[in-house]
Structure formats: structure tokens, C-alpha cells
Design a protein around this ligand. Structure first.
Ligand code: UDP
Length: 312
């Protein structure tokens, strides 16, 4: 049994991670400032003796009494509409927050894992994206606040690994979806599902030809826990390599929901990547991991979750 600190533990991915760690017998200290996370994602864990919730902004010094075996840094807005609305907090949690979380891991002699992102590849000029690709990011564009914070967090993590011999992991997470995304999250899967359930037009940005590769949350969590348990210090992509255009995703959502929703075209956001697909050779070889849940099935499960929420 290990005692694990999860920053952003009340968020979408963080809360699933808390579930998974507790289920295997770990004790979890979940830290979240509830800016984009929500108590409702973790309140089912409040009765578990091995679960502790701390409301705190990890961009400020992090104090955790007692032994800690691992620090997993998941705190960050992750939806473009969120990080465009709170750009400075996004930069702070990726930079100061990562530094504080690394400092905690170093003080406790704990392992450290940073939740990085496919956004470090920017608008990729290599396809699919292998971990060896350095990316094509616009530092001064609106998305730069997230992308550069995550790139900084990777650099800081490697510096702690090299200079302090900290045992570190870097996971590059590709578009992940599933239960506990907020209805107003703004990312494409939750937007389309909510719109289809309400019988409203699905909002496609641009002409819908841009691609993404969507990973169901259970697969994503299994992959990143496998990475945590490995001894791999270099970045590893964890995502589903099945690539879809946004128009194809819209069709699937409309079919699964059985909705009569049409399509409404909107402007493409600035610096929106034209294509994205992980090369998961390293995850397959090092972790023996690959995703199992195909998009239609994952969308069905996610629709079920949204139907269960009040208001649908
Ligand atoms: N998108 C869309 N309609 C929406 C929300 C997003 O067409 O209502 C597009 C967005 O422009 C992007 C893709 O879907 O090309 C994925 O967007 P998301 O915000 O989910 O994540 P990203 O991969 O861009 O960070």
C-alpha cells in the first residue's frame, strides 16, 4: 500500500485516478481548489478511511503531513474555454504548481508523475505524434498559456530528475472523455452529447475536417497507472490511436443519442490543431498497454452518465 497525493483530484481525470488508486488499496490525499474540479466527483469517497480531501490551490506552498510515496500532479484547467478564461491561473498551476508538487515529492522522497498533454506537440507537423517529436507551439497565441505551462512542467520535471535524482514520470495525455466531464466543460465530446440530448444543433468549429483521437477515461487511467508503476522516466503518450474527424464524431454522437439535432458551423478557434493522433508504440512496448474501448462504446457510456445527471 502506498500513500499518494493527487493534485487536481476532484477534477475529471483526477477523480477517476483517486477511484483507481483507492480500489487497489492505496491511501489518497486529494488536493483541489475546486476552480474546475467539483466535490461531487469525489463525495462518494468521503466515507473511505483511506481518502482525504484538502481544498487548496497548489500554486501556493503545499503542506502534507506524514509520509508520501507518490505525488501525481493533475491540477490544471484542461478545456480550451477554461484556460482562455483563466490564463494566468493556468500558467501558474503549470509552473508554480508543478514546482511546489515537485518540491513536495523531493521533501518526502516520493515518486512524481506529471500529467502532460498532446498540446505540447501544438499544431503538429509530424503525424502521428511520437514522443521524440518536439512540437510546433505558438507561445504567444491564446492556447500558449496551457501548452507552454505544460512544456515548462515537463522541463522542470526532467530538471528535478537529473539534478535531484527524483524518480519521475511524464505522461502525455491525448483527448480523453467519459463520465464526470462537466456539461459546460466546453470540450467537444461533452458539448456534442449535451447538445444532442437537448435536441440542439451540434456546434462544429471550422469545417469539421480537423481530427482528434479520443481515449475513454478508463483506458487512460489504466495506462497512466501502468506508467506510474513502471520505471520509465522519459515521456510516454497515453491515448487512443483511432483518429476521427470532428464531423465523424458528430455523426456518432447523433446516432448513439438517437437525436434529430442538426449541425451549426462556427469559426475555428485560433491555433486549433488540424490533426492529432498518438503514436503509442512506446506505451505498448514499455507498459504492455493499449486502449480497449472503441469510440462508439465509450460515447454510449458517456451518454448514460449525462442522462443520469439532473436536467437531462
Ligand atoms: N470543437 C467543435 N465543437 C465544439 C467544441 C470543440 O467542433 O463544440 C472542436 C475544436 O475546435 C477542436 C476539436 O473539436 O478542433 C477538439 O476540441 P476540444 O476543445 O475538445 O479539445 P482540443 O483537442 O482542441 O484541446
Amino acid at each position: 500500500m502506498a500513500r499518494v497525493v493527487v493534485t487536481g483530484g476532484a477534477g475529471f481525470l483526477g477523480s477517476h485516478l483517486c477511484d483507481s488508486l483507492l480500489a487497489r488499496g492505496d491511501a489518497v490525499v486529494c488536493i483541489d481548489n475546486l476552480v474546475t474540479g467539483s466535490v461531487s466527483n469525489v463525495e462518494h469517497l468521503f466515507t473511505q478511511r483511506e481518502f482525504q480531501f484538502v481544498e487548496h490551490d497548489v500554486s501556493e506552498y503545499i503542506r502534507v503531513p506524514g509520509e508520501v510515496d507518490a505525488v501525481l500532479h493533475f491540477a490544471s484547467p484542461a478545456s480550451p474555454i477554461d484556460y482562455l478564461e483563466i490564463p494566468i491561473q493556468t500558467l501558474k498551476v503549470g509552473s508554480l504548481g508543478t514546482h511546489n508538487a515537485l518540491g513536495l515529492a523531493k521533501a518526502k522522497g516520493a515518486k512524481f508523475l506529471i500529467a502532460s498533454t498532446s498540446e505540447v506537440y501544438g499544431i503538429p507537423q509530424v503525424h502521428p505524434q511520437h514522443e521524440s517529436y518536439w512540437g510546433n507551439v505558438n507561445p504567444v497565441g491564446p492556447r500558449g498559456v496551457y501548452d507552454e505551462a505544460k512544456r515548462f512542467s515537463e522541463a522542470m520535471t526532467m530538471a528535478y530528475h537529473r539534478y535531484h535524482s527524483l524518480d519521475t514520470r511524464i505522461v502525455r495525455i491525448f483527448n480523453t472523455y467519459g463520465p464526470r466531464m462537466r456539461p459546460g466543460d466546453g470540450r467537444v465530446v461533452s458539448n456534442f452529447i449535451v447538445q444532442a440530448l437537448k435536441g440542439r444543433p451540434l456546434t462544429i468549429y471550422g469545417d469539421g475536417s480537423q481530427t482528434r483521437s479520443f481515449c475513454y477515461v478508463d483506458d487512460e487511467i489504466r495506462g497512466l497507472v501502468a506508467l506510474l508503476d513502471s520505471d520509465e522516466n522519459d515521456p510516454v503518450n497515453i491515448g487512443n490511436p483511432d483518429e476521427f474527424t470532428i464531423s465523424q464524431l458528430a455523426e456518432i454522437v447523433v446516432e448513439v443519442v438517437g437525436s434529430a439535432s442538426g449541425i451549426e458551423y462556427h469559426d475555428l478557434p485560433v491555433d486549433d490543431p488540424t490533426q492529432r493522433r498518438p503514436d503509442i508504440t512506446r506505451a505498448r512496448e514499455i507498459l504492455g498497454w493499449e486502449p480497449k474501448i472503441e469510440l462508439r462504446n465509450g460515447v454510449e457510456r458517456t451518454v448514460e452518465y449525462f442522462v443520469g445527471l439532473a436536467g437531462f
